[in-house]
Design a binder for this molecule. Structure first.
Ligand SMILES: *Cc1c(COP(=O)(O)O)cnc(C)c1O
Ligand SMILES: [Zn+2]
Length: 368
């Protein structure tokens, strides 16, 4: 199993703790996986993402067994007609980040790490802190100084050391990277480390299985750093190669209009993403002004025949209210996904009858 540079193809063993290539390129992961037998996983007694062990970077009996908290296998809720919501807020730390965190932290443990470094202002930090605690590892989480006390308390509750960094989200990442570089500790980054997607990809296996081994016509996917979106791409590529599907579902991505650098690059026909100014949005969890994986995200959306839109602040608030009135209480960021769906059916009326899945990424009690 190796990290492989997306620019020059250089390979780095996992033991190197590399997070970036010397050429500046970001890293993907390569390893041998076996096709999933979706008939047998559908009937598996294991109700977690670990039933897909054949396509995960671990053995059946491996250290993940002492670390799993039963993440994955979340409900698929029919909203109306052919519209479904996948409820990833039914997770140990109440967001989909647990999928990526359990895989990343289990691997850190397997590699012998005693201490890991992460940077996040929200759900990723909480998930990494929780699984590090579970794995018996120390954890340092760098957060922007402006992060709310509520989120900091949740991370600290798991015993992680908090480092508050003044300035932008990018300054926070830089501080974490500086510590990782100077200490050689494992950088448990949900953005740079491709192991994280090996967890998020299971969301798409599950949706496929839950829809009777069929993919929907489209997945609505929120995008900040693209951890769910790149997971989609990996799942689709694998499933195409296994013959489980014969075409990719469309990826319909969603950003908040007030912080939408990928949307701007997409409509401008660009291959790279220019950092934008964050004008302030309620959807803080996707407000990433300078996404490190921007070029990769653009490529994925285009290859799936997909699209991306920016949703307004009012539509996010309204979508949250509307979901709550249907018994579904999500954090504000997560309401952007339903707002995105409502905008997409205006843009593409044929989507109204198409089969579409959108995610409920985080629980309502996470935001005020
Ligand atoms: C992390 C997160 C997102 C966006 O994920 P990215 O990986 O940054 O694209 C969306 N919603 C919620 C609730 C999240 O926690
Ligand atoms: Zn390289």
């Amino acid at each position: 199993m190796n990290y492989i540079c997306i620019e020059c193809g250089s390979k780095f063993p996992l033991e190197s703790n590399a997070w970036k290539c010397s050429c500046g390129g970001l890293l993907n992961l390569e390893y041998e996986k076996k096709p999933i037998d979706f008939k047998s996983t559908a009937a598996a007694r294991d109700h977690s993402l670990w039933k897909y062990i054949d396509a995960l970077p671990f053995e059946k009996y491996d250290c993940w067994r002492g670390i799993t908290l039963g993440e994955g296998d979340t409900p698929l809720i029919r909203i109306e007609g052919n519209l479904y919501a996948k409820a990833d807020y039914y997770m140990p730390t109440l967001s989909f980040k647990d999928r990526g965190a359990v895989v990343l932290i289990s691997m850190a443990k397997k590699l012998g790490a005693g201490r890991v470094i992460a940077d996040s202002s929200g759900n990723a930090g909480t998930a990494i802190a929780a699984y590090s605690a579970r794995a018996g590892m120390k954890c340092d989480v760098f957060v922007p100084a402006a992060t709310s006390d509520k989120k900091i308390k949740q991370i600290e509750a798991h015993g992680a050391a908090i480092h508050k960094v003044p300035g932008t989200r990018e300054d926070t990442a830089k501080a974490a990277i500086d510590m990782a570089e100077s200490t050689g500790l494992f950088y448990a980054s949900h953005i740079y480390n491709p192991l994280f997607w090996e967890g998020t990809k299971t969301y798409f296996y599950e949706a496929f299985e839950q829809l009777g081994r069929l993919m929907p016509d489209a997945f609505i996917i929120p995008v900040g750093n693209g951890t769910l979106l790149v997971g989609a791409y990996i799942a689709f590529k694998e499933m195409l190669s296994w013959g489980a599907i014969d075409k990719m579902p469309r990826i319909l991505a969603v950003q908040a209009e007030n912080c939408a650098p990928i949307f701007k690059a997409f409509v401008g026909g660009m291959d790279k993403v220019e950092p934008c100014k964050n004008l302030g949005t309620l959807a803080e969890g996707i407000a990433i002004a300078a996404p490190a994986r921007g070029a990769q995200i653009l490529k994925v959306i285009r290859e799936s025949g997909g699209d991306i839109i920016g949703v307004s602040e009012e539509s996010i608030t309204e979508a949250r209210r509307s979901l709550a009135c249907q018994g579904i209480y999500v954090e504000i960021t997560s309401a952007a996904n339903y707002a995105g769906y409502l905008d997409y059916i205006k843009k593409y009326p044929e989507l109204k009858t198409a089969k579409v899945v959108f995610p409920l990424c985080g629980a309502g009690i996470k935001s005020s």
